[in-house]
Design a protein around this ligand. Structure first.
Ligand SMILES: Cc1ncc(COP(=O)(O)O)c(C=O)c1O
Length: 441
């Protein structure tokens, strides 16, 4: 055969118009999604029929990068940036991932210390240890968030960051925390997992500190099943968090460019959010304020209708306007009364739960973090604990945060739903009043 027949020399191409290829994802996957939404049986039937009869169903490209269509994950990032008010926002697959990416972006590693509260979901502290740094645990105050008065005494020359957690929907005392951190030159990472959309002094949580970390897992305020976001105004920290979140795929502005500045290229992991979560997150972010209005209205009605009785107080809310209002926490005089009153409220049908019971294991309370308290380690290197000589190691004990245990053992948490009707709220308040009239007379 002569070389003129080669396509490169003007000959006819051997391969012409491949396909059309079926997309990897099509009708079957869409039907599975429809199955997850509770439509009426008739509507389910109709929607399924439309999908089955459709001549072509071109499935989505469920990967955010190299997506021929505008990415839902990118749209969710943009919506989140607008909602929270930061310059940069990175979608990840969980808040656990967001925390690791944030700590890594800040350069936290072996031998460093990070201050966390004794009341938070374990992930806040576990991720510090997963970065080979040491969590230093401090008490909370009546806000049920980190007590700013306990931070200074916990700072050592190894301290790199402070991590206030906006627990159960309400903001930590961010002004005092930021003052201390700024004075000491420490980074602050806000763990906003439980308070998405909340604010402190008119600034959204996640926009006040150096970095904000959000959870969109199903039990949070704004949800996508699994998911999380990292927010920051600092371009460098965003770039480093982004690199950590994608196995150092190095998206940056130019993926294959050489390092523009030392610290830009390193080996990371994979925390990418999928387009499915991105789509749900986008819809949720858009309706955040509407949901918050519902929570706040319901909480106000319930709280306003609770009788003022001696011995009953409420968790201190550092900024009423900024509370997401996903729950109402009452404080009773002692743990014994609290336990009995809680059972009585539950018997009334009030959606109430306790926070700390010394006989019930719970990963939100530091006393159960034996992974940290007993200095567990994943590998033979003994990290993170082996990085620091024994006499300088953080001392952990189960009674190191007495205020945390006292406050939480006296707390009853009433769950608020954003679509409670006025009748629902009145019934919940009545159930609470019936019980406190008996137990706190
Ligand atoms: C305060 C806090 N931080 C972090 C996390 C971890 O979030 P995720 O489940 O998205 O990893 C949670 C989840 O429960 C949390 O409550």
């Amino acid at each position: 055969m002569s070389s003129e027949s080669l396509a490169i020399n003007g000959g006819t191409r051997a391969v012409e118009g491949l396909g059309p290829f079926p997309t990897k994802i099509g009708k079957e996957e869409l039907l599975e999604l429809v199955d997850m939404w509770e439509l009426s049986p008739e509507d389910q039937q109709k929607v399924r029929q439309i999908i089955r009869n459709a001549a072509t169903v071109k499935g989505p490209h469920l990967f955010r990068y190299y997506n021929p269509k505008p990415s839902k994950v990118a749209a969710a990032e943009s919506a989140m940036r607008d909602l929270i008010g930061t310059e940069y926002c990175l979608a990840v697959n969980s808040c656990t991932s967001a925390l690791v990416a944030a700590y890594r972006a800040l350069g936290i590693g072996t031998g460093d210390e990070v201050i966390v509260p004794g009341y938070t979901f374990f992930a806040t502290a576990a991720t510090v240890a997963a970065c080979n740094a040491m969590p230093v645990i401090v008490d909370i105050d009546e806000s049920l968030c980190m007590d700013p008065g306990k931070i200074e005494a916990a700072i050592t020359e190894r301290t790199k960051a402070v991590v206030p957690v906006h627990m159960r929907g309400a903001p930590a005392q961010m002004d005092a925390i930021m003052d201390i951190a700024n004075k000491k030159g420490l980074a602050v990472v806000e763990d906003v997992a439980q308070a998405g959309g909340g604010s402190f002094r008119d600034k959204r949580l996640g926009s006040i500190a150096t970095i904000g970390c959000f959870s969109f897992d199903y039990y949070k305020v704004i949800v996508s099943g699994e998911g999380g976001f990292v927010t920051t105004d600092d371009e460098w920290l965003y770039t480093r968090a982004q690199s950590w979140h994608d196995c150092a795929a190095c998206w940056r502005p130019d993926r294959f460019a050489r390092e523009r500045r030392e610290g830009e290229l390193f080996c990371g992991e994979n925390y990418r959010m999928s387009e499915l979560e991105g789509a749900v997150a986008l819809a949720q972010i858009r309706k955040t304020d509407e949901m918050l209005a519902g929570y706040r209205k319901a909480k106000q009605q319930i709280k306003g209708a609770i009788e003022k009785v001696r011995g009953l107080s409420f968790r201190r809310i550092t900024d009423e306007k900024g509370d997401t209002a996903i729950c109402l926490v009452m404080l009773l005089p002692d743990s014994k009364i609290t336990k009995s009153a809680l059972q009585a409220m539950q018997a009334e049908g009030v959606p109430a739960g306790g926070i700390y019971d010394s006989t019930v294991r719970d990963w939100h309370i530091y006393t159960y973090w034996e992974h940290i308290l007993d200095k567990k380690t994943v590998a033979g290197d003994g990290l993170p604990w082996s990085a620091i000589c024994d006499n300088e190691l953080t001392r952990y004990s189960r009674d190191m945060c007495p205020r945390t245990l006292d406050l939480l053992s006296r707390a009853i948490m009433v769950e608020i739903n954003y679509n409670y009707s006025e009748k629902d709220c009145a019934a919940i308040a009545e159930g609470i009043n019936k019980v406190i009239r008996v137990y706190l007379k």
